[in-house]
Ligand binder design. Structure first.
Ligand code: OFO
Length: 171
């Protein structure tokens, strides 16, 4: 593999681990602020991000390149509101989409078609993750207009967390 591709995948490994830690911190905040369903959803999301990281590590190992475990910054730990948390999820996912697009472009420029093919899974995943973040924000917007809306929103998030946990993404 070309070094530029290996380095950029290692950068993406770090980004996926950062995603996992950010969602873990968000889950923790939700749990402390009485949103148990949202916490369950975000703990599950943190697990999925870790799986995204491991999938990249295993890919590099399969190709005989070295995956690196890098040091990380402390993630954000405080938010003003539940809406602020989920706005943060969308902004973060949009950033990750840019990183995946950049990685894909590098693979094409370096004529690494095997890695380009492998990355299709991540490209589709970003479409789904952005759509899901927008849908959660829409539901939250609706919840804010009705009495007891946040209670029902949080119950819905618990159901979504259980559904995600029972459908682990295939490796
Ligand atoms: Fe790894 O997909 Fe979200 O960040």
């Amino acid at each position: 593999m070309k070094q530029k591709v290996i380095d950029t995948i290692n950068f993406q490994i770090k980004a996926e681990e950062e995603s996992s830690r950010l969602y873990f911190a968000m889950a923790n905040w939700c749990e402390l602020n009485g949103f148990a369903g949202s916490a369950a959803y975000l703990y599950e999301h943190a697990n999925e991000e870790r799986m995204h990281m491991v999938k990249l590590v295993k890919y590099l190992n399969e190709r005989g390149a070295q995956a690196k475990t890098k040091s990380l910054e402390e993630p954000q730990n405080e938010w003003d509101s539940l809406k602020d948390v989920f706005k943060g999820v969308l902004v973060h996912e949009e950033k990750v989409t840019e990183l995946i697009n950049n990685l894909y472009e590098i693979c094409l420029n370096e004529k690494d078609y095997l890695t380009s093919n492998f990355l299709q899974w991540y490209i589709q995943e970003q479409v789904e993750e952005e759509a899901s973040a927008r849908s959660v924000l829409d539901q939250l917007e609706l919840a804010s207009t009705s009495q007891g809306g946040f209670f029902h929103f949080d119950k819905e998030m618990k159901i979504m967390a259980a559904t995600a946990a029972s459908n682990p993404l295939s490796e």
